[in-house]
Design a protein around this ligand. Structure first.
Ligand SMILES: *[C@@H]1O[C@H](CO)[C@@H](O)[C@H](O)[C@H]1NC(C)=O
Ligand SMILES: *[C@@H]1O[C@H](CO)[C@@H](O)[C@H](O)[C@H]1NC(C)=O
Ligand SMILES: *[C@@H]1O[C@H](CO)[C@@H](O)[C@H](O)[C@H]1NC(C)=O
Length: 144
């Protein structure tokens, strides 16, 4: 009986520890070594890199437009789930233009406990619709 209680306590502790942040805020490069580009599945990436925590920083790294790459990536924040699902940019906020992700990348701090909807636009939202360049992150509060 006592052991059973202890075991339950341990499970609860482990679950709690995995949900509440322990330690330092992280800096996470979106897409890892792939960076921010057309054709990589960022929904999948976000699922695999969950959970995020408040004060974590996401870094978007992407190539600038060039003669061989006319894609003009950018980082937009979409206002809500509907606009995210339908890639509707009419009320989107531009976070980073086509050159701000070059080099060290463009950093976004996840400061609030709310969903952040990210996407790239391209031409007629093709980056978002066809290029899979969208994901959302809900940062969890810290434990301390
Ligand atoms: C991207 O990944 C998500 C989550 O794993 C999956 O549901 C979706 O089908 C993938 N999209 C494509 C186009 O492969
Ligand atoms: C896109 O979102 C705006 C509000 O942000 C809305 O007025 C408009 O109807 C939406 N467009 C479509 C095609 O859903
Ligand atoms: C992108 O934004 C930066 C910083 O505001 C600015 O210096 C740069 O000229 C912009 N680049 C383009 C292509 O608009």
């Amino acid at each position: 009986m006592a052991l059973n209680h202890a075991a339950k306590g341990l499970v609860l502790l482990l679950v709690t520890a995995s949900v509440l942040a322990i330690g330092q805020a992280k800096t996470i490069v979106v897409g890892g070594t792939e960076g921010w580009r057309y054709g990589f599945n960022y929904t999948d990436w976000a699922i695999q890199n969950t959970p995020f925590y408040i004060e974590d920083k996401l870094v978007f790294k992407y190539d600038p437009p060039s003669d061989t790459n006319s894609l003009a990536y950018g980082v937009y924040k979409l206002p809500n789930l509907d606009s995210y699902l339908s890639c509707n940019f009419s009320s989107a906020e531009v976070l980073a233009n086509s050159t701000q992700g070059v080099g060290n990348g463009f950093e976004v701090s996840l400061n609030e406990w709310k969903p952040y909807y990210f996407a790239s636009y391209g031409v007629d939202a093709n980056h978002c619709n066809d290029g899979h360049m969208k994901f959302f992150a809900v940062p969890w509060p810290h434990n301390n």
